[in-house]
Design a protein around this ligand. Sequence first.
Ligand code: TPP
Ligand code: MG
Length: 643
Amino acid sequence: MAAAGAPTLLKPGGQRARTNHHQPRRLRRPTPRVSCCSTASLAATKSFMTRTHPPPPPPPPAPSPHRTRNGAEILVEALERRGVRDVFAYPGGATLEIHQALTRSRLIRTHLLRHEQGEAFAASGYARSSPPSPTARPGVCVATSGPGATNLVTALADAHLDSVPLVAITGQVPRHMIGTDAFQETPIVDLTRAITKHSYLVLDVTDIPRVINEAFFLATSGRPGPVLVDIPKDVTQQTAVPSWDTPMRLPGYVSRLPKPPSTDLLDQVIRLVGDARRPVLYVGGGCSASSDELRRFVDLTGIPVTTTLTGIGNFPSDDPLSLRMLGMHSTVYANYAVDNADLLLALGVRFDDRVTSKAEAFASRAKIVHVDIDPAEIGKNKQPHVSICADVKLSLHAINAMLQQQQHKINLDFGAWRSELDQKKSEFPLSYKTFGESIPPQCSTRFTNGEVIIATGVGQHQMWATQYYTFKRPRQWVSSAGLGAMGFGLPAAAGGAVANPGATVVDIDGDGSFTMNIQELAMIRVENLPVKVMVLNNQHLGMVVQWVDRFYKANRAHTYLGDPRKESEIYPDFVTIARGFGIPAARVTKKSEVRDAIEEMIATPGPYLLDIVVPYQEHVVPMIPVYGAFKDIILDGDGRTSY
Ligand SMILES: Cc1ncc(C[n+]2csc(CCOP(=O)(O)OP(=O)(O)O)c2C)c(N)n1
Ligand SMILES: [Mg+2]
């Protein structure tokens, strides 16, 4: 029996080192757990299936566990046994057997995206937005060998940086052809090693049940992340009697999973809170399963909260103690709070450079407590005074219990600090200018009902969505943060709609980002998903224009997306394109039309595209320049001014 290939790891500095394949590189946070689909979604999908396929054959009798079957069938049953109910996939020669087996699954619905990057972003949107339940629900995608597999790479890197649990299954050329530069051969395990939590090459059919169990365990345990499983075509054809109880072989990984937090360290944190006068909570994506515990901690202490881009929704953004997001394009008051804090409680965060800018100047007056499940994050970018390498949920739960017990001893009063921050909120509210009947892009993000799930592309529209939308709960925000991958919005919204039957998903997109995966209009139409694409169409790569305006004397370099011969016209015509895909669509150009148009978009059943034409001169402010500090914050200005 052959095992997965021994992975190599590219060390900082470019040197390659062999690693034990039982020891994935980073220990990661536990995943939020999610529920099975509701009857409503199954009904919706059945009606879709009857419209697009012949009626499914009657279900085969339940297979005997001892029946011989091929590798593809074993794989599909292994996925079913892990609770997988949705797979995002695009077929090809090396995955023909897998797709054949998928058609026979009575439990798994296969969603056909129109590009492998789209399918992997859809799997990511599915995982990011899945509601918690006892069953983990990472996103699962399947792609063929060669170009199918390489098309997954951006989405794997995105999931790696944002700690999203994904299991990506790729077909590979038959074993005897590996290494011969065979048709559609790419060494995808090597290619993805640095951007996955672990990558497997399955060389024996009998390994499939164990490898799939391990892949799901790795993707969802510790700090979540993507795992790739590469299966040669002949292994999917090979037959075997599967053994479902082969134990996982991850002793190194399991032994390094963090232990419960020590009472001594938690005591230290409580003492620091008791001594603080100006504490701030800095909350990241690592808190997405801990929002109840966070709420309780805030109720007990009255400490104000700011979140990272992936932490959005973990604390309601309209709560009086919310400072909204911190970092480069965030509120003045969040950045002021961190700059003036004497205690920073950093929970499930990684001190990313878009948050800290100049790391030495970040929170320079504060004692820092860092709680994170991944030991690699502790002290990586900023040295904490107290570090707890543990699950944030367990840590907060324990701290809350201790605080409750000691309530009579601790006298917390941060009233003066909160008043100071309230003063900053009224002094520096988020605001924008209006210009006649032009549509301010910022206002468009405000109108949509605060209950919908928001997906985005990458650029100015993404930052305005963070600034102006009211987020009420975790997993309501689906956005490519660490990688900042344009093209993410539409397919991720589709995945979000699959994971949340009945929920409306609004993709607030930019014209540039939307164009990158525009083909997925087909998937949302064919599956009749309630995905509303709201394009903030400035005919430009707006965020790049903003940087060029500010830092390159407005020498516009390849940022115009319209047709230079007809600058007065909107190009391309997204409304006609949407209609070509069978999706109702409208365009608005005046401020007075926006509210009604958005209401119509939300009220129209199924998918919809609203093309909102906005000026390209707008800049996202506030802005802390790269390598700047809070004192360098830019408060206003736009592309109508020279710098
Ligand atoms: C795949 C990819 N390529 C390039 C970039 C660099 N980039 C960041 S924002 C941006 C402009 C995005 O334009 P658009 O989607 O229209 O959004 P806008 O800023 O205009 O709102 C670019 C090119 C990126 N983030 N991702
Ligand atoms: Mg744009």
